[in-house]
Design a protein around this ligand. Structure first.
Ligand SMILES: [Zn+2]
Length: 183
């Protein structure tokens, strides 16, 4: 999310209520974590991944090239389903530096993290916006950002919010993870 979006955050899910939320959702067919940028139902991918980061990389590689070409943000959740991870994705509005997300949290799934892209090149888009960092703090979950340079960054609750730099995500060898910037 870009800093120009300053709408108040109001969501119905947070970490403290996470387990209760999952239980509550088990009686529903579909329930949503409604983020302030509501725009449409996020699509939930059926693929399952072994780790949270594997799900984020898969989502980012698939949507970052399109995000850059279309200058449109993509955002979604990483959900844990037992010992597997899946992601949801929702498209923002083109050239509008904002995104609206309704994330489906399926019964039995737990919200683990959020991921997103920042659209076309612009220097400030290499950083997490104030809205991004505030959201991570509010939900008490990590927020990932794949930017137009192909870097993957993470902002975790408790990190310095100032410049919104987060930190680069590294692979098991300690190398920077590169995300696709071209399809
Ligand atoms: Zn953002």
């Amino acid at each position: 999310m870009n800093s120009r979006n300053r709408k108040k955050i109001s969501n119905r899910g947070n970490d403290a209520r996470g387990s209760r939320l999952c239980v509550a959702l088990s009686v529903l067919t579909i329930a949503f974590l409604v983020l302030p940028w509501s725009y449409g139902l996020a699509q939930t991918e059926e693929n399952r991944y072994a780790t949270e980061i594997a799900a984020v990389i898969a989502a980012s590689n698939l949507y970052n090239p399109t995000s850059i070409v279309e200058d449109r943000e993509y955002m979604g959740a990483v959900l844990r389903d037992g010992d597997r991870y899946l992601y949801t994705v929702s498209a923002g509005q083109q050239r509008r530096d904002k995104i609206t997300v309704k994330i489906e949290i399926r019964p039995g799934c737990e919200l683990i993290a959020l991921w997103h892209t920042h659209g076309a090149p612009a220097s400030e888009r290499k950083y997490f916006s104030k809205v991004d960092t505030r959201l991570a703090e509010k939900l008490q979950i990590p927020f990932y950002l794949a930017d137009f340079t192909g870097l993957l960054k993470i902002f975790e609750p408790g990190m310095p919010r100032g410049l919104g730099k987060g930190r680069k995500v590294l692979d098991n060898s300690g190398d920077v993870i590169r995300i696709k910037v071209k399809g």
